[in-house]
Design a protein around this ligand. Structure first.
Ligand code: F6P
Length: 539
């Protein structure tokens, strides 16, 4: 652990307890009363940076919480951890790695070093970006063609988790900025149906596949990549011509070469880029193909603006830090265990899925950096769907469920023509839902029609959905995630929890292929019966 990030355990414990006690005392507070009691409330709890307006005023958070927040931020040494992250110190302690996705969007005007005496990463980052740009330009201008000279019309990203969710979200969100000839698809699930359904819509002669895997060891991606390659070969693409249709993105170039890719077809990144933070690296190649190098650079610039805000702003005006503190606060002030994210924007429909991996793979952990079970509160479960659809599924529970859950409303100011008033209708619904959650509507006569209200929400308003604002939005949530990890003293940058299932799946593959009684006998009765049914001769 970086020396300057080892907080005094007793001071930390006391500070955490103080926040939690203050939060429990806030349970009965009415948010509308807080607006009356605190005339500067909206000013103090609304923020603007990088084209984003963020309103945190509608929470059961009184001004008196500030002193306990300040104490916790100090006792957890958030500033020290943040400094260590930007300095490239190995803050991912269990994997002994730096966490430097911020370097990927640095301006390049100054060196970005891996640790105090480490190498300057900027030349390498610049080289990869330049290679990605040259390649994207060629595919987009039509000078990169399929083996038989056809223009590329479809790009298939073969990857999963961090090697899919970020690029998928970005391509969907920024589709409006896309190249008119190129359609970008995402193949992640190992279910053969996923590729079969997609392949039906593709012409192998006009398809470019990107195999994206940091480790180059992920079973889903490896099998899907083999299926795609077999499909290309079956369509008559010669082995020596595959390079026209198949490239790779990885931190394990040796693995990619063993798969058959040549160095020219491999876009590398390094192990200091965590999978769920990798959108800004070569993992963003499908995004660059779709929106072009310039727009990709704007996305990086938007994230960079948020990085500067995060790095330079004092905690109580620092949006990601305040959002992290609120997560912690709400767990006790509401007793909530989840956070819903509702983008009122079809283009941001995949934001909740992206944020699930970002926040739950990062902070869904039970032990602190020293290996001790955390006292709580646990980091929230993240869920959501786009509005207005979500209103017609689970909003009932948000309004009248026994347990209030905080909601992030993500809104975009409309920029399009709106002859039918649908955009207006969309935003009216977003405003209405947040207000209904806040105000409620008491009905002393009829409990079924009683809306308790006083249910908190955050609003994030993008003044438009373009690459810059999009980059800033994603970086905001990245820094919120890291900040929450530091505040509850866990390592947000490893993911050991996903390993056991992978190991057992490998054993089950063998059993499914060749059910042998001796090994099956070691299984629990439930699993053994399922295995028997799955391997029984079809009726
Ligand atoms: O299984 C989880 C995970 O390791 C994620 O952290 C990662 O984003 C994903 O798998 C994909 O990994 P890779 O890019 O190495 O294929």
């Amino acid at each position: 652990m970086p020396n300057d990030c080892r907080p005094d355990p007793l001071a930390y414990k006391a500070a955490l307890n103080a926040v939690r006690a203050a939060a429990r005392q806030a349970r009965e507070l009415r948010i509308l009363d807080l607006f009356e009691q605190e005339p500067d409330r909206l000013e103090r709890l609304s923020f603007e940076t990088a084209g984003l307006y963020v309103d945190l005023s509608r929470h059961r958070l009184p001004a008196r919480a500030w002193s306990s927040f300040e104490r916790l931020v100090g006792a957890a040494d958030l500033v020290g951890w943040r400094r260590a992250m930007f300095a490239g110190d190995p803050i991912n302690l269990t994997e002994e790695r730096a966490v430097l996705h911020v370097a990927l969007r640095a301006s390049g005007e100054q060196p970005f070093r891996l640790g105090a005496v480490g190498e300057d990463l900027m030349p390498e980052i610049g080289d990869t970006l330049a290679r990605m740009a040259a390649f994207s330009d060629r595919v987009r201008d039509g000078s990169w063609r399929g083996a038989e000279g056809h223009l590329i019309t479809d790009v298939v990203n073969v990857g999963i988790g961090g090697s899919q969710l970020g690029p998928f979200l970005a391509c969907d969100a920024l589709a409006r900025f896309g190249h008119p000839r190129l359609r970008v698809h995402f193949l992640s699930n190992i279910d053969p149906d996923a590729w079969d359904r997609l392949a039906e819509r593709l012409d192998p002669k006009r398809t470019l596949a990107i195999v994206a895997s940091k480790s180059w060891r992920t079973i889903e991606t490896a099998r899907n990549a083999q299926a795609v390659r077999r499909w290309l070969l079956a369509a008559g693409v010669g082995r020596d011509q595959l390079r026209h249709h198949l490239v790779g993105v990885t931190a394990n170039p040796t693995g990619a070469r063993e798969f058959g890719l040549a160095n020219e077809g491999i876009f590398p990144f390094r192990d200091w880029v965590g999978g769920r933070f990798s959108l800004w690296s070569a993992i963003g190649l499908p995004v660059m193909l779709q929106i072009g190098p310039e727009a990709f650079a704007q996305m990086l610039a938007g994230a960079r603006e948020m990085d500067s805000h995060f790095l330079e702003t004092q905690w109580d005006r620092n949006i990601p830090v305040m959002m992290a503190l609120l997560s912690l606060w709400n767990a006790d002030a509401l007793g909530s265990q989840t956070e819903a994210v509702i983008p009122y924007s079809q283009a941001l429909a995949r934001l909740p899925a992206y944020l699930q991996q970002l926040q739950m793979e990062s902070n869904g952990k039970r032990v602190d950096v020293d290996g001790n079970v955390i006292p709580g509160p646990p980091a929230p479960v993240i869920w959501g769907e786009p509005g207005t659809d979500a209103q017609h599924s689970f909003f009932q529970s948000l309004h009248q469920g026994l347990q209030p859950q905080p909601v992030d409303f993500v809104l975009v100011r409309p920029t399009q023509e709106d002859p039918e008033g649908r955009g207006r209708g969309l935003l009216a619904n977003a405003l209405a839902q947040a207000e209904a959650l806040l105000r409620g509507r008491p009905d002393p006569e009829n409990p079924h029609r009683h809306y308790p209200g006083n249910r908190p929400s955050t609003t994030i308003l993008l003044d438009r959905l373009d690459p810059r604002r999009f980059g800033a939005l994603v970086a905001l949530y990245e820094h919120k995630t890291a900040s929450l990890g530091w505040l509850i003293r866990i390592n947000s940058f490893d993911q050991w929890g996903v390993e056991l299932g992978k190991e057992i799946a490998a054993e089950h593959e063998k059993l499914l292929a060749n059910p042998d009684r001796a090994s099956a006998a070691r299984l629990d009765p439930s699993t053994a019966e399922l295995l028997r049914r799955l391997t029984a001769t079809a009726p």
